[in-house]
Design a protein around this ligand. Structure first.
Ligand SMILES: [Zn+2]
Ligand SMILES: [Zn+2]
Length: 81
């Protein structure tokens, strides 16, 4: 996983948005990976149902900090990384 510089609210979020797993390269395949940040910088909780689905969240589940939200209308497709 590429390390992207962003503000992380707490250690738990930092840990869960960094892929520490040496077995799974895809965060969706790793049961230890709880948070996914998509290409629009939105935060989501990964649903480990075998697919690549996640639930977008507005607040950090650990410390309650409001996460940077992206207005879907402001998202320019494609090109945003
Ligand atoms: Zn947090
Ligand atoms: Zn893993």
């Amino acid at each position: 996983m590429k390390r992207i510089k962003r503000k992380i609210c707490c250690e738990m979020m930092e840990y869960n948005t960094t892929n520490h797993c040496s077995v799974h390269t895809n965060p969706f395949e790793c049961p230890d990976c709880l948070i996914y940040i998509d290409k629009y910088n939105r935060y989501g909780i990964i649903i480990h149902d075998g697919g690549e689905s996640f639930v977008l969240i507005d607040y950090c589940p650990w410390c309650g900090t409001k996460l940077p939200s992206v207005d879907p209308k402001k998202i320019k497709l494609p090109g945003l990384r």
